[in-house]
Design a protein around this ligand. Structure first.
Ligand SMILES: [Fe+2]
Length: 294
């Protein structure tokens, strides 16, 4: 059922945790979570969990089931589809601040965790730089996009195992002879909580980007200004996607993978019947930018 799952949290390993944390706080506008090296964008205790290490990539991605029944249904569906989970110990679940937890390796690499009961933070959410806050209610933390050579196997895992549904897809020639194919998957009204790109070879980073959606359109502009002022690489300037209609830009994090800050994406409704191909990534914009040379 639409809304049974949400993207709950993302674990990343980065070479410089302090620089990455400063980026999440000062540029993206997240606030510290319940432990050092955790960050959040709403009332939940944590949404990003950072560890320091050489890989500069996602280490785990957590989906939260809306109810104990939805958690059991997701676990059963994964097992029926041939993807048995490890059931976490109480200590492992406590470490994630959740009540129930199962996990398994995703075909595209990082561990996928199926959780229920992600704890709330002790303090209410307020970001000093994102006055309007983030859009998460009923839609989860945001979305994540991975590249993988195990594209079809991952599609099976996501649709038949996790139970996400394909929203639509992009197939486009990004350069002469180079095709890009991305499939977008939803599990609640957010257009996609997960997307997978078909990679022609094993990529050094599987995580392409994570997206957070701000409630006020001007907060995209303020985030852009902070990224610009901080001298970050603006991987894609302001633009709009044709499928989710998100108005957004992409900034490279200190770990290389990107963060998309967006606003105004359209929603998926029950009985979605618009699973179709788009032949471009952007309606307009999303050009790579460089600060002007002084
Ligand atoms: Fe995105």
């Amino acid at each position: 059922m639409l809304g049974d799952l949400q993207l709950a949290y993302l674990g990343v390993e980065v070479p410089d945790a302090a620089a990455f944390g400063d980026f999440l706080t000062d540029v993206v506008g997240l606030v510290p979570g319940d432990d050092p090296c955790t960050w959040r964008n709403d009332r939940k205790a944590r949404r990003v969990v950072v560890t320091e290490g050489p890989s500069a990539d996602a280490t785990f991605v957590g989906f939260e089931a809306a109810s104990p029944d939805a958690w059991t249904a997701t676990v059963d569906r994964l097992e029926d589809a041939g993807y048995p989970l490890m059931h976490a110990t109480e200590e492992q679940a406590d470490a994630r601040r959740v009540e129930r937890l199962g996990f398994l390796e995703a075909p595209w690499g990082p561990r996928v965790e199926v959780a229920h009961g992600l704890a709330e933070a002790e303090q209410p959410f307020a970001s000093p730089s994102v006055a309007g806050g983030f859009v998460t209610e009923g839609k989860g933390f945001g979305h994540v996009v991975f590249g993988t050579t195990a594209f079809e196997e991952s599609h099976h895992f996501v649709t038949e195992g996790l139970g996400l549904r394909q929203t639509d897809w992009v197939e486009t020639e990004i350069a002469a002879g180079i095709e890009l194919e991305i499939r977008f998957y939803h599990c609640n009204p957010r257009h996609h909580s997960l997307a997978l790109a078909r990679a022609p070879f094993d990529l050094p980073q599987r995580l392409h980007h994570l997206m957070v959606e701000v409630a006020d359109r001007d907060d995209v502009g303020y985030a852009f200004d902070r990224a610009w002022k901080a001298g970050c690489v603006i991987a894609s300037g302001l633009g709009r996607h044709p499928n989710d209609e998100m108005f957004s830009f992409y900034v490279a994090s200190p770990a290389g993978f990107q963060v998309e800050v967006g606003h105004g994406a359209r929603l998926v409704t029950e009985g979605w019947d618009q699973n179709r191909r788009y032949d471009r990534i952007s309606t307009w914009g999303h050009q790579p930018l460089q600060p002007a040379i002084a």
